[in-house]
Design a protein around this ligand. Structure first.
Ligand code: C2E
Ligand code: MG
Ligand code: MG
Length: 691
């Protein structure tokens, strides 16, 4: 065996080892980050390892077995297929990592098969003609090198062109590595064309052995660096996006309630010194629900955006327009003469006089407005907002009036809320509260991981009320601890039965209000409910909204620690809508982030709206937390979540909230429970041990 043959053999084996190590590294990263491109890249390195081994075996057999014998032909076909596949997977992964929609799996499979076909045909053509050494070399090595070389040159140029400023060492390494690899491949084509003797060509190729080893190593390491840089970018972007989200409404980008309160408080401070009044106007669209019900929420959302634009166009510098949620907006107008308050509000509403273009429709919109004035109707932001909302209730009730100014003496204060507050203790005693459970499933397998308990009020006359209709009154009436105790005890008791029936791997999530989870009696109560039922604390999740947790983060931290001592898990609910500073999140002993439905609703491939969800998933990965998407309604959203490594999901696509009996039926559906009786990994980050 000649020296160059030894060199080529050694380099093939070294390349196989190098490719195996890179594949293993990428597989490990894929386990953690679950990005599709990591999977594609790891396959490309596996293919390279197989190709290099086949090439090495082929060299060993050189001269021992006939070149046209089945063993050597097979090895050639394998090594050619592997080289083509290596290139295809590498390019697919690079395509994916740049944020483009990956080609469908069937298309990928077809491309792989087609390339395998090319490899087999170029192995067999001229295989049995001893005089066709050069043609054979050109067809096998030349064709492959030409295809792969051109593809890599193009990909290299493209990757380098996409390098942005800042930390992009990984991208640069991959880009230049691809270019060098492309040039290297074209060299093989040139050798094939210029050198007459196939044996000489092979020797020359041997001389490039070192470059063959070094170049893949450069872009292999570049890929790892690229991933780490992407993750770092994601976390930075997530932090910025969360900071913005904390103070803005994600649909209209107007300030949200938190920022509004802040601005209002500032305006009041300034207004105290001024002669004029500060006007707080809460604007509620009439008939918005009908738009949503008739045309769907896409139209509803667009209508809200258009309303926001029209109203914002009529505010003056120094005024604030905010969205309070749903179809409620709030304007704070400063420096208005108290007698002109209604005129000022009318001027704002004139923005809605013309019909609003909502996609192909032109929608007429009317609004009801409740107004409170500073200083006449309150001295603090909270007082003014609450009085404006009482005035709004009066405006809504009276079909004639569009704008109602708060009347301290009127009976606008006798609101719906008061009626509910009065009826609640009776409802609790009469057993009118009921529970429904909504399944939370693993995105990848569809297995049920948990159910979330959701409370309803089976009202004797009004029918089944959703929590939004009565929970705010529960909180103001001080009955919240009692209601939570009832919810927790009922849910834990019912799930203890479910566990005894064999579904002992199913976890249970219970929602807590801000006041309850910080209440000193709650931890004791939870401990006793768990003990009474012999319920494993690790199977209970307590859901606390991000807003509630961050409202007083220091107090929340203490409460979380207290609850964690019981061994339960903690989920941050409606994540993305509150103010989470990364520094607090790091300290909070939380296990799961639940991405708020409003973000999930707008998930789409390649859409800017998806960036928030992607950021939250990255954040969860970095902090090693589990992540659940709420409100999944469409297949496309589920597919997106699977491809972006979201762990769990819940929503109407899977199931609405169910009665306990319906839960049993749901759990018996094929695929709903793990195939093995052993407990599947608990919710939370896959690698975190049960607390
Ligand atoms: P949450 O904890 O974020 O619960 C998810 C809500 O989204 C539930 O509404 C659920 O029915 C709804 N949902 C689930 N999937 C979909 C979907 O695909 N599309 C849409 N549009 N909605 C979906 P629900 O039952 O009205 O509960 C509203 C909120 O009330 C809950 O939000 C939770 O914060 C609170 N809540 C419910 N039960 C309790 C309770 O027992 N205690 C406390 N403190 N709060 C509760
Ligand atoms: Mg919840
Ligand atoms: Mg939620």
């Amino acid at each position: 065996m000649g020296g160059s043959l030894f060199l080529t053999l050694g380099s093939s084996l070294a390349l196989a080892a190098e490719a195996t190590v890179l594949a293993a590294v990428l597989v490990a990263f894929h386990r953690t980050y679950r990005r599709e491109y990591l999977r594609l890249w790891s396959w490309s390195w596996r293919a390279m390892a197989v190709g290099a081994l086949a090439a090495a075996a082929s060299l060993l057999l050189l001269g021992r077995l006939p070149a046209s014998g089945p063993a050597r032909l097979l090895l050639t076909a394998v090594s050619l297929t592997a080289a083509y596949w290596h290139a295809l997977w590498l390019l697919l992964g690079t395509w994916e990592v740049s944020g483009r929609t990956p080609p469908r799996a069937t298309l990928q499979r077809q491309a792989l098969l087609a390339l395998a076909g090319v490899a087999v045909v170029s192995t067999l053509l001229f295989a049995f003609d001893p005089a066709a050494g050069k043609a054979r070399y050109l067809l096998r090595v030349g064709l492959k090198s030409l295809g792969v070389g051109v593809a890599f040159l193009a990909a290299g140029v493209w990757v380098i062109r996409t390098v942005r400023e800042g930390s992009a060492l990984g991208r640069r390494m991959v880009g230049w590595g691809f270019l060098a690899f492309g040039v290297q491949q074209l060299q093989y084509v040139a050798i094939g064309l210029l050198i007459v003797d196939a044996e000489v060509a092979r020797r020359l190729a041997g001389a490039f052995a070192l470059a063959d080893l070094v170049i893949p190593l450069v872009f292999g390491i570049g890929m790892v660096a690229w991933l780490l840089e992407e993750e770092h970018d994601h976390v930075v972007k997530a932090t910025r996006a969360l900071e913005h989200l904390a103070l803005h409404d994600s649909l209209t980008d107007l300030p949200n309630r938190t920022l509004l309160q802040d601005r209002l408080t500032q305006a009041l401070g300034a207004g105290a010194r001024a002669e004029n009044a500060t006007v707080v106007a809460i604007i509620d669209l009439d008939g918005f629900r009908e738009v949503n019900d008739t045309y769907g929420s896409r139209y509803g959302d667009e209508l809200l955006r258009k309303v926001a634009i029209r109203l914002a166009a009529r505010t003056r510098p120094g005024d604030t327009l905010a969205r309070l949620g749903g179809d409620e907006f709030c304007a704070v107008l400063t420096g208005v003469d108290a007698d002109d308050a209604v005129v000022a509000v009318e001027r704002l509403l004139a923005g809605l006089a013309r019909p609003l273009p909502v996609f192909e429709l032109e929608l007429e919109t009317r609004a009801s407005v409740g107004v409170a004035l500073h200083p006449a109707h309150g001295s603090t932001a909270a007082e003014l907002l609450s009085n404006a909302s009482r005035a709004l209730a009066a405006a809504k009730a009276d079909r004639q009036a569009r704008i109602v100014v708060f009347d301290p003496l009127g009976d606008a204060a006798r609101s719906e809320r008061v009626r509910i507050e009065l009826a609640l203790p009776r409802a609790l005693a009469a057993g009118e509260l009921i529970l429904r459970y909504q399944p939370i499933v693993r995105v990848v397998s569809g297995e049920v991981a948990a159910f979330e308990a959701l409370v309803r009020w089976a009202h004797p006359t009004a029918g089944e009320l959703l929590p939004g209709a009565f929970l705010p009154a529960v909180e103001t009436s001080g009955l919240d601890l009692e209601v939570t105790e009832w919810v927790l005890r009922t849910a834990v008791t019912e799930f203890a039965w479910l566990h005894r029936d064999g579904f002992d791997q199913i976890e249970l999530a219970v929602n807590l209000s801000a006041r309850v989870f910080q209440h000193p009696a709650f931890a004791i109560l939870a401990a006793s409910v768990l003990a009474e039922n012999g319920f494993d604390p690790a199977m209970l999740h307590l859901e606390i909204t991000e807003t509630a947790a961050m409202h007083d983060a220091d107090a929340a931290l203490g409460a979380f620690r207290e609850l964690k001592r019981l061994g339960v898990r903690i989920a941050l609910d409606d994540f993305g809508t509150g103010y989470s500073s990364l520094s607090y999140l790091r300290f909070f002993p939380v296990d799961i982030l639940k991405i708020d439905q409003s973000f999930v609703k707008r998930l789409r491939y390649g859409s800017g709206d998806s960036a928030v969800v992607e950021s939250i998933i990255s954040l969860a990965r970095t902090l090693r937390l589990g992540v659940t998407a709420e409100g999944v309604e469409r297949e496309e959203q589920a597919r997106w979540l699977a491809e972006h490594g979201c762990d769990f999901m819940q929503g109407h696509l899977i199931s609405p909230a169910l009665t306990l009996d319906q839960c049993r039926v749901f759990l018996r559906r094929p695929g709903a429970t793990p195939r093995w009786r052993a407990r599947s990994p608990a919710m939370g980050f896959p690698d975190t041990p049960v607390h």
